[in-house]
Ligand binder design. Structure first.
Ligand code: SF4
Length: 327
């Protein structure tokens, strides 16, 4: 009876994603979706979901969706008392930095990121010592402790604007080596890099792009700038997840492939039923730790609350706010 009621109450949501999610799967999701919708009302909570979340989260329970930059702005501006981050840990930390009076929850504390794990505050201090006077531009995919050592943050959506806003000929940009090299190719600013990589995007290869073009004639290839530069060079367009969404909405390529995390393709494809999305699938295991079940438990049990060490909050917030003032 409870399941049937939940199914009836969530039918309108299911209609939006039925092209991607089979009915049999939705039957397993409906009870959690129904409970999450109720808990959000009871707790005055919002769910912020990254573009890499699965469709039942992204289209089923999220209030606000987007890339890291959009999520940071939404987190700063929300009036809700509780923010549930359906994303990875550094995103929840960024939300807490920008809206410290809110309760920020992450459904799984182990939802990490290979880029965030690739660098420590001590590494930044060593880089500064090796390159005295150079400003440090830090990708938001880092811990609050690393942000606190930085001059300014950036996302893949605003990295070039941030680098150029500094008005200097040389900067340190970390930890994503490929993002830094891809931005260096677009600007006259010289960039000192760090050997961090996204474990999802580094798996794409130029040979794979060529094979896709051969197998799917006319395919338009969109690549995330966390992909290696030789992959980006083979693509027709490179941009952040928001940039790729905007490209699809504007250009409507009849056949396309997004070289990024595979749920992103599912989520964009739902808005464009007339386009033929080719979907090679590279999953982010960290993003996939977030499920409807642990979002529900996060709201029921108020877990896991994200906090920032007192001494780190002010300098880390300054680096993020400086970025938001640029973009
Ligand atoms: S997709 Fe890459 S950059 Fe994004 S959270 Fe996963 S490991 Fe980190």
């Amino acid at each position: 009876m409870g399941r049937e009621t939940a199914l009836a109450r969530t039918e309108a949501i299911y209609e939006r994603i039925r092209r991607i999610v089979p009915r049999a799967e939705w039957i397993g999701f409906a009870d959690d979706v129904d409970a999450i919708l109720r808990l959000k009302r009871e707790r005055n909570a919002v769910i912020l979901a990254h573009n890499y979340q699965t469709p039942e989260i992204f289209h089923g329970v999220a209030d606000l969706v987007g890339d890291s930059l959009a999520l940071a702005r939404m987190a700063r501006d929300t009036e809700a008392e509780v923010i549930v981050m359906a994303g990875v840990h550094f995103m929840a930390e960024t939300a807490k930095l920008l809206n410290p009076d809110r309760t920020v929850l992450i459904p799984d504390m182990e939802a990490g990121c290979s880029l965030a794990d690739s660098i420590t505050p001590a590494d930044i201090r060593a880089l500064r010592a090796a390159h005295p006077g150079l400003p440090v531009v830090t990708y938001v995919n880092t811990s609050a402790a690393v942000k606190a050592e930085s001059d300014i943050c950036c996302t893949s959506g605003n990295a070039r604007a941030v680098v150029e806003s500094l008005g200097v000929p040389r900067v340190i940009m970390l930890p994503d080596e490929y993002l830094a090299r891809n931005i260096a190719a677009e600007t006259d600013v010289e960039i000192v890099t760090w050997p961090g990589h996204c474990e999802v995007h580094e798996r794409f290869t130029p040979a794979e792009v060529r094979e896709l073009r051969e197998a799917y004639p006319g395919v338009v290839v969109l690549a995330h700038p966390e992909c290696p530069p030789d992959v980006v060079a083979e693509a027709d367009f490179s941009g952040s997840t928001a940039g790729m969404s905007a490209y699809v909405a504007t250009h409507k390529p009849p056949r396309l492939v997004l070289l990024t995390e595979c749920s992103m393709s599912d989520n964009v494809a739902l808005g464009h039923p007339d386009l033929d999305f080719i979907r090679p699938c590279n999953l982010c295991p960290h993003m996939k730790r977030i499920t409807l079940g642990n979002i529900r438990r996060a709201l029921e049990e108020n877990r896991h609350e994200v906090t920032i060490e007192t001494g780190l909050a002010a300098p880390a917030r300054r680096a993020v706010e400086r970025m938001l003032a640029v973009a």
